[in-house]
Design a protein around this ligand. Structure first.
Ligand code: F6R
Length: 608
């Protein structure tokens, strides 16, 4: 994680660096720092915590200079502190780093033995000392960087500035993303196109192992073998205005309310509304009839979307699905068949574990599909077939609209696969599509429960623990409800398959335990309600999410009901996600936590 930026500009660079860091804060916010070059001299300012702390430091001590680098940190090696904040500096070299240097202990011993004074606990500082040592031995900045890169193990991206070299910026990419931005007499490096969006839309994504030497006149790019290479410069579709909170207090609130619209956008790409049939986005083709098995892999909320899709692909397309979280998947050496489809679900398209699993499956000869929200991301670029979600940029750390758009796309793909595999008739497809295209309207109706949920959230904010229960596709939703509550309110929460409760977790139930039951009146409603009654009989505080028929049939004597419209089974996980998101959001607001930037988290997890 961490966000990095580098600018060779025409005007004072410090405000531009801060502006870019604001856009990169989703990658981490444990500390922030910049270094600029003024008449050849390096000046560095750093602050612990969010970017606003660095801005306060800058107000009292402005940084001049037209060249600079900046960093916003998600701590890996070394606690969040000023000493561990980037940029790190040694003997006229300043460097910012995203990722992990895996062999830093061995390198650290080497630089210490050579007499270097280290002032941080990071894995980064050793890199700047190694480059400075190469410079001291007489190498040019480029040669110094190239020889040090060859010694580093791990996944990282770097931006490096050299004292006395006002017109030079070097960037390197291995494992973590780095984009070069082209301006008019100005050049930029950034972790993503969002960071560069106020300055330029002309970007070039470095490939694995590349490093780039920038001057104000342009960039020379070299591959891992040190050969100069040409990389395509493209026009990025990311616009600076996409980062606006509008009239909402938090990005998360805005993104929750955007769902009817963006689900509609996603549907448009996968569904023909007139014929009620599924389709693939323009220029995309894939034959689900030609595969025997589907492998799905993702992390966190994206994994829960994938888990829901397992139910759909198995039921509607009779396609066996293996699914795992990416951090486990890549190490468990499961048998994979060349030619089968491995589908990676990711909002950011940069999640390190997901990306590593993708590369592993590619090596095994599998076809690679990506359900991804950031079209220019590494996962999108490395996949053979991209199934875009059209949620627009998601800024709040807790994923909301990306999740429901992932579900929308995966549902459409499962129906499409069912048709291609001859499992669903045209009529069956039409019935399912008719359900799915109701999603935006149902989500709009679900948003109407906000005032009622806000009231319930007040009581929820006093809880220490919470349980979420669901069966079938509502089981992944229970997991999603729990992660949403944990990550922004810091209340301990777990999701369970409702039937599993009696095998252990029921021991946790007492009158202080809120139990949120996700139970639309579907084919397995009665089973879920029996489990709910087991909880009620033991004094648990029930909050039932159901429709009118479900409420009438619940037999619930005590507890609360959040009313949902009635809807088809396929579409319910999409609409029922909304009250769960609202419950977490309002609970967190009551508790006064930092909703968009909760502690210890980052939006894009680019380390393993
Ligand atoms: C939870 C959340 C995370 C992400 C996970 C994967 O709200 O946002 O659990 O879902 O880190 O991220 P992506 O989808 O970017 O691969």
């Amino acid at each position: 994680m961490c966000g990095i930026i580098g600018i060779l500009g025409q005007t004072l660079v410090a405000p531009l660096l801060v502006d870019a860091l604001k856009r990169l804060e989703y990658r981490g916010y444990d500390s922030a720092g910049i270094a600029t070059l003024e008449t050849g001299q390096l000046k560095r300012l750093r602050a612990k915590g969010k970017l606003r702390n660095l801005q306060a430091v800058l107000e009292g001590d402005p940084c001049a200079g037209k060249s600079g680098i900046g960093h916003t940190r998600w701590a890996t090696h070394g606690a969040p502190s000023v000493e561990n904040a980037h940029p790190h500096m040694a003997d006229g070299v300043a460097l910012v780093h995203n990722g992990i240097i895996e062999n830093y202990l061995e390198l650290r011993a080497e630089v210490l033995a050579a007499g270097a004074q280290l002032s941080s606990d990071t894995d980064t500082e050793v890199v700047v000392h190694l480059i400075a040592a190469e410079r001291a031995a007489g190498k040019t900045p480029q040669a110094a960087v190239e020889s040090v890169l060859a010694r580093l193990k791990g996944a990282f991206s770097l931006a490096i500035l050299f004292e006395g070299e006002d017109n030079l910026l070097i960037g390197a990419r291995r494992g973590s993303p780095l984009a070069v931005g082209y301006g008019e007499g100005e050049m930029f490096l950034g972790s993503d196109a969002i960071a560069l969006s106020p300055f330029t839309d002309k970007v070039c994504y470095l490939e694995e192992g590349d490093y780039a030497v920038l001057t104000r006149a342009g960039a020379q790019i070299y591959n891992a073998a040190g050969q100069q290479v040409a990389r395509a410069v493209q026009t990025s579709m990311v616009s600076a205005s996409m980062m606006d909170k509008g009239n909402y207090r938090h990005f998360m609130a805005k993104e929750i309310h955007e769902q009817p619209e963006v689900i509609g956008h996603s549907l448009t790409a996968y569904v023909d509304f007139a014929s009620k049939s599924t389709k693939l986005p323009e220029g995309t083709s894939f034959d689900f009839a030609a595969i025997d098995r589907l492998v799905i892999c993702a992390c966190g909320t994206a994994y829960y979307a994938g888990l829901t899709a397992k139910y759909w692909f198995e039921k509607y397309a009779r396609l066996p699905v293996d699914i795992d979280i990416a951090s486990e998947f890549r190490y468990r050496e499961m048998p994979l068949k060349a030619g089968d489809l491995a589908l990676f679900v990711s909002q950011s398209g940069e999640t390190a574990d997901t990306l590593a699993s993708l590369r592993y499956c590619k090596q095994e000869g599998m076809q690679i599909g990506a359900v991804v929200n950031v079209p220019e991301s590494t996962i999108a670029r490395e996949a053979n077939v991209v199934f875009p979600t059209i949620a627009g940029p998601e800024i709040g750390v807790a994923s909301t609209k990306a999740f429901t758009c992932q579900l929308t796309v995966l549902a459409a793909l499962a129906i499409h696969a069912g048709r291609q595999r001859g499992v669903l008739s045209q009529e069956e497809e039409q019935k399912l599509v008719a359900q799915l295209i109701e999603a935006p309207t149902l989500c709009l109706q679900a948003l109407k429960s906000e005032a009622a949920i806000e009231k319930l959230a007040q009581a929820m904010s006093k809880a220490k623990n919470a349980l979420y229960l669901g069966r079938g596709t509502n089981y992944p939703l229970a997991l999603e409800g729990a992660i949403k509550l944990k990550e922004i309110s810091y209340i301990h929460a777990e999701g369970y398959a409702a039937g599993e409760l009696k095998h252990g977790p029921i021991a946790l139930i007492d009158e202080d335990m809120p139990v949120i039951v996700v139970a639309p009146h579907d084919g397995i409603y009665d089973k879920t309600v029996s489990n709910m009654q087991e909880v009620a009989a033991r004094g648990g505080r029930i909050l039932l999410l159901t429709d009118e028929a479900g409420a009438a049939a619940s037999g619930l004597e005590q507890g609360e009901v959040i009313s949902m419209p009635s809807m088809g089974e396929l579409v319910s996980p999409i609409a029922y996600a909304i009250p769960l998101q609202l419950l977490s959001y309002h609970t967190a607001v009551f508790m006064g936590t930092d909703v968009d930037q909760p502690r210890n988290l980052a939006k894009s997890v680019t380390v393993e």
